[in-house]
Write a protein that binds this ligand. Structure first.
Ligand SMILES: Nc1ncnc2c1ncn2[C@@H]1O[C@H](COP(=O)(O)OP(=O)(O)OP(=O)(O)O)[C@@H](O)[C@H]1O
Ligand SMILES: [Mg+2]
Length: 356
């Protein structure tokens, strides 16, 4: 399976590429493992490191730009460890309001605060026996940093409003897109917590720094999308692929995945050509995505994909709200009557960026 896919690059149009590329194996192989795709030397080093540390129970700190696969790698570590049949519990420390995060992590007893009408088990307890993934740990408040430090040191904690110590057996994986050392120097992140987390650091390289992975990931997403969306896109032309390998990918693999989804859904069948690429990538196109308010499209005899049309509409409104507020997300979220975290998620999903 793996050697078939590894020959892909010699294949100019990519059409005959292995359809098995969607099934990355459970052990590190030449094109990836556990759903993490990569043949570049830097990703292969990451795979070897994961394999070596998976069963060690040591705390792992994953660092990398947005969309480089931190969440995916955390899951791969769990799935490669002896804890794989126990829970993998993920919590985004940056997306949950500060006053709720403590109770999310440690749980609360009934009556602990207004609205705590019943007791709740926290994520640390849910993860007992398995792995807890503290995503965006760099965004955690100083008060909570102290509490997490205590759990790391003693593997026990108290629920909010409770006085009983709860002991857990969890493996801790943390991730951040921030330079935590710099945050420590600036006084935003506790030095003692940093060293507790910095036992086994894993640095995920930006996609731009591993260009050999771009055609492989492109083919991987193409195969996966054809399967999921029931499309028959046969491949991507050599010229279009060259454009993709030269792009800087500020949103890394997520940006590539989203772009492939857009192209595969819109294309439906045949080979993706340069003209199918988003305008901002096309050599002759210099205009960025700049939508104007759109009315609902007409439904012709062939019908219309509701999900795609609704997504485009949503994307358009989000972009407009961002432009109107000079990309101040709090204000844009207010304009759309959604939570800031919801908006941030959607900006990521649609890979929206401010035009230069
Ligand atoms: N090496 C890879 N192989 C296959 N898919 C990948 C890879 N890296 C990332 N992805 C996909 O790209 C998307 C983003 O990955 P992920 O959420 O793990 O990134 P992240 O680093 O956690 O991003 P963020 O900092 O924005 O949270 C996901 O859909 C993930 O499945
Ligand atoms: Mg993430």
């Amino acid at each position: 399976m793996q050697h078939m896919a590894a020959t892909y690059l010699s294949n100019a149009d990519g059409a005959n590429c292995s359809s098995n590329l969607t099934e990355i194996t459970e052990k590190p192989g030449p094109i990836g493992f556990q759903g993490v795709v990569g043949k570049s030397r830097s990703m292969q080093q990451v795979f070897r490191l994961i394999e070596r540390v998976a069963d060690s129970d040591s705390t792992i700190l994953i660092n990398g730009e947005t969309g480089t696969g931190k969440g995916l790698v955390a899951k791969a570590i769990h799935s490669s460890s002896y804890r794989k049949d126990k829970p993998f519990v993920s919590i985004n420390c940056g997306a949950i309001p500060e006053n709720l995060l403590e109770s999310e992590l440690f749980g609360h007893v009934k009556g602990a605060f207004t609205g705590a009408t019943s007791a709740k088990i926290g994520k640390f307890e849910v993860a007992n026996g398995g792995t807890i993934f503290l995503d965006e740990i760099g965004d955690m408040s100083p008060d909570l940093q102290v509490k997490v430090l205590k759990v790391l040191e003693e593997r026990e904690f108290e629920a909010v409003g409770g006085c009983k110590s709860i002991k857990v057996d969890v493996r801790i994986i943390a991730a951040t897109h921030r330079d935590l050392e710099e945050q420590v120097q600036k006084g935003n992140f506790r030095e003692d917590l940093f060293y507790r987390l910095y036992v086994i650091p894993i640095q995920l390289p930006a996609l731009q720094d591993r260009p050999v992975d771009i055609p492989l990931l492109t083919q991987y997403f193409l195969n996966k999308l054809n399967k999921d969306k029931n499309t028959q896109v046969s491949g991507i032309s050599q010229a279009a692929m060259e454009v993709l390998t030269q792009h800087t990918w500020p949103g890394n693999v997520r940006e590539l995945a989203n772009m492939m989804e857009r192209m595969v859904v819109l294309k439906g069948e045949g080979e993706i050509q340069i003209n199918d690429l988003p305008a901002k990538l096309r050599p002759e196109g210099d205009q960025e995505f700049a939508p104007v308010a759109v009315a609902a499209p007409e439904i012709d005899g062939d019908g219309i994909c509701l999900n795609t049309a609704v997504s485009e509409f949503e994307k358009n409104l989000i972009y407009q709200s961002l432009e109107k507020t000079d990309w101040v997300k709090n204000k844009a979220a207010k304009l759309l009557h959604v939570k800031r975290t919801t908006l941030v998620e959607k900006i990521k999903r649609y890979d929206l960026q401010k035009c230069a």
